[in-house]
Design a protein around this ligand. Structure first.
Ligand code: AHR
Length: 501
């Protein structure tokens, strides 16, 4: 049997813009994300541009990835950028203590990262070292990257082969300063963030948006400390940092036993989605804390690490965080995006962890054959590209069933010009449902739909079966007196595109 819910959308009431930066990415020196993922080296038999793997870049360009955060994560607070410039053979080595205790040869450094961003057409988001780096190091790094004249760092960059300065619009001040980034307390870090931010200077025409390392999940006190240190934000305020981040990961168990990526019960599936849905509460409550001193919402909230974190795949290095990615992960992603769209007036950026071969990846590459696989999560990002920089539309979901606190139907929508895009997730593990789209305010000229679903919740893609979970055109959308009616199979994700009059 199927139940029918209704979603009311006022197509002529556009809300805040959904920044494309909510679809941002994160690449750390961790496992096979950089080395063996993005970076294969110039001598690789795999097609590459100056060492950067071409098919990975091509796959990600389809997602129009807006920004890429690098070099960490925890790695960022161990990273000293001057070790990653100059002739590769002469670069010093270091130990990557957080991730597998492996030796890092620094062959992927600043120039390689900026070349990757240029190939992707993505804005760089550099995560600066506050935990073990100096203020001077950070100050010189942005000078090296963005200054055009003959300053010491601009000259050094030229010696290393790059004449023109780059643009770096986003700069992180530390990472998880409460943990791997220095084990600090909120107020102490808030002072340090102000200090470091002062020296992240704007050279030439480079406008930089400084993001202070934020809370662990629901630690609202941390956000409060960072806001307190900014004082009252007014229209004319010129705060030392312009945004505050936080991190939140989804798992079905706890940190000691996070759950398996592909083998899980229905109960664990629902626990996972309920955990993912907690992001809605966190976005609301971090925003509420920020509203107290910043009612005009000038300071941005940035969720610069999110996604599923499962037990590592058996037989892989436990420090490399390699995991498979199923239809369940796809629904975790779609649920997050619906929340992100609802909070578009405060949330300015989000970065899934991590783009290639680590945690909830878009792309998995086989270490032996080199085969590249697109994950179900990749497809959700692709199906949602129409929301980038579109105006959000409120979706009033009526009569939706819940399983405890989890709504089993999730939705969001946006509009650009004469089009609208509606995203719908049926989170029910086993039951199909129909939903009436009650479309008001503009006339409907046409529609089309796409669906992402799978025979089983744990279906996933592999080199042998790369297309088990992939989007298809969908004809289960019919005209209805109120607009449209959509049949949603169990555990499915759909996008409905509308042409409007
Ligand atoms: O994404 C993996 C790690 O998770 C990051 O390095 C760190 O910031 C977080 O704890």
């Amino acid at each position: 049997s199927s139940t029918e819910a209704r979603i009311v959308i006022d197509l002529d009431l556009p809300g805040p813009t959904i920044s494309r930066h909510l679809y941002g990415h994160f690449a750390e020196h961790l496992g096979r994300c950089i080395y063996g993922g993005f970076w294969v080296g110039e001598d690789s038999p795999l097609p590459n541009v100056n060492g950067i793997r071409s098919d990975v870049v091509e796959a990600l360009k389809t997602l129009r990835i807006p920004n890429l955060r690098w070099p960490g994560g925890c790695f960022a607070d161990d990273y000293h950028w001057r070790d990653g410039i100059g002739p590769r053979a002469e670069r010093p080595r270091m130990v990557n203590s957080h991730w597998g205790d492996v030796v890092e040869d620094n062959s992927f450094g600043t120039h390689e990262f900026m070349a990757l961003c240029e190939l992707l057409g993505a804005d760089p988001y550099i995560s600066g070292n506050v935990g073990s780096g100096t203020v001077r190091e950070m100050s010189e790094w942005i000078e090296y990257l963005t200054r055009g004249d003959d300053s010491p760092m601009a000259s050094l960059r030229r010696e290393n082969g790059r004449d023109e300065p780059w643009k770096v619009p986003f700069w992180g001040l530390g990472n998880e300063a409460w943990g791997c980034g220095g084990g600090m307390r909120g107020n102490a870090f808030a002072d340090l963030a102000r200090q470091y931010a002062t020296y992240v200077r704007e050279h030439g025409g480079n406008k930089v948006y400084r993001i202070a390392a934020g809370a662990n999940a629901d630690d609202y006190t941390w956000t409060e400390s960072l806001m307190k240190s900014l004082g009252e934000i007014k229209k004319c305020s010129n705060p030392p940092y312009q945004a505050i981040s936080f991190h939140y990961y989804t798992m079905s168990g706890d940190w000691a036993d996070k759950g398996d990526a592909t083998s899980f019960t229905d109960e664990e599936y629902y626990t996972t989605l309920a955990q993912a849905y907690r992001v809605e509460e966190m976005l609301t409550r971090h925003s509420t804390v920020m509203d107290q001193r910043d009612p005009l919402r000038r300071i941005g909230l940035v969720l610069d690490e999110w996604g599923t974190w499962w037990n590592v795949e058996e037989g892989t290095n436990p420090g490399f965080l390699y995991q498979q990615n199923t239809m369940r992960d796809a629904l975790v992603a779609s649920l997050h995006f619906d929340s992100f769209h609802r909070h578009a007036d405060r949330l300015v950026m989000a970065n899934i962890a991590q783009t290639v071969n680590v945690l909830q990846a878009m792309v998995l590459t086989d270490p032996d054959s080199g085969a590249l696989v697109l994950t179900p999560t990749y497809h959700v990002f692709e199906m949602n590209t129409g929301h980038h920089d579109a105006a959000s539309l409120t979706t009033h979901v009526l009569d939706a069933e819940h399983r405890e606190d989890l709504p089993l139907l999730s939705a969001s929508a946006s509009t650009t010009g004469d089009t609208a895009l509606i995203s719908l997730s049926n989170l029910d593990a086993g039951q199909a449902r129909s939903v009436v789209l009650d479309l008001r305010g503009r006339s409907l000229q046409g529609h089309s739909a796409r669906i992402l679903t799978a025979g089983a919740l744990n279906d996933h893609n592999s080199p042998e079966h790369p297309d088990t979970v992939r989007p298809q055109a969908y004809d289960g959308v019919r005209p209805h007196a109120r607009g449209l009616v959509v049949d949603l199979p169990a555990h499915s994700y759909l996008t409905v595109s509308l042409q409007l009059g």
